[in-house]
Design a protein around this ligand. Sequence first.
Ligand SMILES: *Cc1c(COP(=O)(O)O)cnc(C)c1O
Length: 218
Amino acid sequence: MARAAARARRPVDEVTLVAVSKTFPADSIRAAYEVGLRHFGENRVQEFEAKRPALLDLEATWHFIGHLQRNKARRAAQVFHRIDGVDSLALAQALESEAVARERRLPALIEVHVSEEPSKTGISQENLASLAEAIGGFSNLKLRGLMGIPPYFDDPERARPFFRKLRELRDELSRRLGTPLPVLSMGMSHDFEIAIEEGATEVRIGTAIFGERPRAQV
Ligand SMILES: *Cc1c(COP(=O)(O)O)cnc(C)c1O
């Protein structure tokens, strides 16, 4: 991360490391916390609910990353500090009403579909502005920025245009809404250096920290 930031002439402390701990047990998360990590990403509500009781003493920020089913929005809003992956108005509304009911502010990122593959989640680029404007009218769900996942390339350099695109979308959206959108969550284990060069303020790293996950649960 430091090398990539230096290449881009950016201070490395501008980039937050979100340790993606999905599939790994609470002990692994605690070990990562003990060496200084403070942000963790999980992508299954039920899995995190099971690990959470063993981690309540940690002063960490818990991110839900990726696609969240609308029927899990309520529970997600209870155990996560930020939802990184809002990709529909229905989900945004469900999160907003839970945040209102609990009288808490819930920061969120919109996940934008930047790859060409139809299977990946995220709101389309055409529908991004209207979703962001709708969230702008909410009282408790607060839009902080964008997240995106480029296609997988053996050569991570080829992901660069997708990262650049996401940054441009964020800049345009911020101008359009007249509000800062400071967070750009992009880059995973194999391509985070390119993402940092292209302006990522958060990278989501699993494998490079915790090792390989069981194959079924990528
Ligand atoms: C699993 C996951 C990651 C981490 O991927 P690695 O390649 O293991 O670093 C990052 N972001 C999301 C949304 C994920 O689901």
